[in-house]
Design a protein around this ligand. Structure first.
Ligand code: SF4
Length: 244
């Protein structure tokens, strides 16, 4: 314990921006040991429609709830045509208890209608077209393109986990996920964009958690501005106080 603490406190801080590639690769490997985020699991089926709908379901909803609701829904209806045969109440029941399930059920049916009328039942494959769909923001559009269409170099979809971790580590200094995405796109090497969301959603859910980050389990303390500015001084104080 004492030796480990001494070692952690003795490590010299390294600029996270200059080591961004190394950090993304390291954490991508590390996150293989943790549960896969729900939308990524759904993306393995390589169906942009399922990715789009499950991403809409996932907003303000726990991953386990999203997965279960997506499974229930896609077993009954996995295309816009099939889903439109359901009335909104049936759809609500299938996706309950995802957050805002009533609003989402209505939105999903509006989107299904547009997909059928304007895109022959297919999900559009460009950012601009996706953003025209009501309820689809930059993050959902990015996830659909990156994980549904495998267009890895068009976006780094940023949710609250991506936003929080990037600011804590010191990759960016931003106020919202939209700006975080733009700044990350300037910083992260393009070949790593496809891994970024998946890796940092998992990292934010399991290690760099919102209220109490698990810095003791983190592999990148040496690069993290938050750790070096806020956690390390406290650890040093404690070490002195308890005579470590
Ligand atoms: S050291 Fe702590 S705050 Fe920094 S990235 Fe790791 S878990 Fe998050």
């Amino acid at each position: 314990m004492k030796d480990h603490l001494e070692e952690v406190l003795g490590r010299e801080f390294k600029d996270p921006k200059k080591n961004v590639g190394k950090i993304v690769v390291l954490l991508t490997r590390e996150m293989e040991r943790y549960p896969t985020p729900s939308v990524t699991m759904i993306s393995w089926q390589k169906d942009p429609y399922k990715v789009l709908i499950s991403c809409l379901l996932s907003l303000r909803t726990r991953d386990s709830t999203t997965i279960e609701a997506s499974k229930r829904l896609f077993t009954v209806a996995d295309t816009p045509e099939k889903m439109l045969r359901l009335d909104v109440e049936s759809l609500e029941k299938l996706i309950y208890p995802v957050g805002f399930y009533k609003v989402k059920a209505k939105r999903i049916q509006e989107i299904n209608k547009i997909l059928l009328e304007e895109y022959k039942g297919k999900v559009p494959s460009t950012m601009n077209e996706l953003l025209r769909l009501k309820g689809v923001g930059r993050k959902t559009a990015g996830i659909t393109l990156v994980y549904g269409y495998n267009q890895k170099e068009v976006a780094i979809p940023a949710d609250i986990h991506v936003h929080r971790t990037a600011n804590r580590i010191g990759f960016v200094k931003t106020k919202n996920p939209e700006d975080t995405e733009q700044e990350l796109m300037k910083l992260v090497p393009k070949e790593l964009w496809g891994d970024y969301n998946n890796t940092f959603v998992g990292f934010g859910q399991n290690i760099c958690q919102p209220i109490t980050p698990k810095c003791g389990k983190c592999l990148i303390t040496v690069y993290c501005i938050f750790f070096n500015k806020s956690v390390k001084p406290l650890l040093k104080e404690k070490a002195v106080k308890f005579g470590f």
